[in-house]
Design a binder for this molecule. Structure first.
Ligand code: COA
Length: 321
């Protein structure tokens, strides 16, 4: 038994910010950003919220699947940029779309969040607890990015994507691997509130994304191909049999490095980060939705999905479309 993706959806903020716009904020250039990252522009919220974007993406996924919100049994939202600590984003999305029967909760594994949420849905269905799920990844990273730090503000974008999955007897997700390494947590972090109560008052730390870009880069090009190899060995499928590698969209040079290590042509790695930047948990489902709506995903195709990011967290799954 497994789960199969029946429908996809996505939503992006209206405002597009190009690299040249960023030169008004920090000392950088269009050439530098394109050469080092492959990013040309990104969507940035001027009012859209994590909940409004994710709810739109979920509604589009349900519409694409031809299913009703009222019949959804599990609703997972992967995010590291929720509007509220409580209630969780998934409960707010549930209310917005009317998925009244669903159990809803959030999952934070940063840029690997969508993949981990998809695997969680798989586990619930495999255990016979639920028959279907809406799995979303949404981020409004622009509110946790330091817009004076040229090392990070050029990278990130806002958006949301979602998939609707159902139990299936054959095909669907064929296997997955996932890993976490909390000892390397400091290379990409964003602090929450400082401890402040009547008994202690610790000074506030910066509440913006802080990153050691070189460390993150080295981690990604080393661990992501290793986890893809691991899931291919686990499922007994060769890299040559995979039609598309749908990777987290962080940096074009990271994707090139992974394609080289796997000895797989770059044209089997679809890329949209040039238009949307790094949207953390939203990256994979937004890319999947674009590919689906472009008609590039045909029944029976084999895909590898792979996410990686802060935590550190990383993993991969193989699925038959
Ligand atoms: N514009 C112009 N110059 C910049 C710049 C920018 N936006 N950001 C950094 N620089 C400068 C640095 O200050 C440094 O200058 P110096 O040599 O005078 O000190 C120089 O460029 C090289 O910096 P470095 O950090 O070594 O660049 P890099 O080639 O490693 O590229 C990243 C920086 C952030 C693009 C790259 O490390 C990266 O993409 N890492 C992965 C980050 C990521 O994907 N994070 C999310 C994972 S989910």
């Amino acid at each position: 038994m497994s789960i199969r993706i029946i429908g996809t959806g996505s939503a992006l903020p209206e405002k597009i910010v190009g690299n040249r716009d960023l030169t008004e904020l920090v000392e950088t250039s269009d050439e530098w950003i394109k050469e080092r990252t492959g990013i040309g522009s990104r969507h940035i919220s001027t009012g859209e919220t994590l909940v409004s974007l994710t709810a739109n993406a979920c509604e589009r996924a349900l519409e694409n699947a031809g299913r009703e919100a009222a019949d959804v049994e599990l609703l997972l939202v992967a995010t590291c940029s929720p509007e509220r600590n409580i209630p969780c984003a998934a409960c707010q999305v549930q209310s917005a779309i009317g998925a009244n029967q669903a159990v809803a909760f959030d999952l934070n594994a940063a840029c690997a969040g969508f993949l981990f949420a998809l695997n969680t849905a798989w586990a619930y269905v495999e255990a016979g607890i639920y028959k279907n799920a809406l799995v979303a990844g949404g981020e409004v990273l622009s509110k946790i990015v330091d817009w004076t730090d040229r090392g990070t503000c050029i990278l990130f974008g806002d958006g949301a994507g979602a998939v609707y999955v159902e139990k299936c007897e054959t095909g669907g997700i064929l296997g997955f691997v996932q890993h976490s390494d909390g000892t390397k947590g400091d290379v990409l972090k964003c602090d929450s509130r400082a401890l402040k109560n009547p008994y202690v008052d610790r000074p506030m730390e910066a509440q913006y994304v802080q990153m050691d870009g070189r460390e993150v880069f080295a981690f990604a090009v080393r661990q992501v191909p290793a986890s893809i190899q691991e899931v291919l060995e686990k499922t007994g499928i060769g890299a040559a049999d995979i039609d598309l590698f749908v990777l987290h969209q962080a940096n074009k040079r990271i994707i090139e490095g992974i394609s080289k290590r796997l000895s797989v042509d770059l044209d089997r790695f679809p890329i949209n980060l040039d238009r949307v930047g790094n949207m953390s948990a939203a990256a994979i489902p937004v890319l999947l939705d674009e590919l689906n709506r472009q008609g590039r995903l045909k029944s029976g195709m084999k895909l590898v999905l792979s996410g990686f990011g802060a935590g550190l967290t990383y993993g991969a799954c193989v699925m038959e479309w």
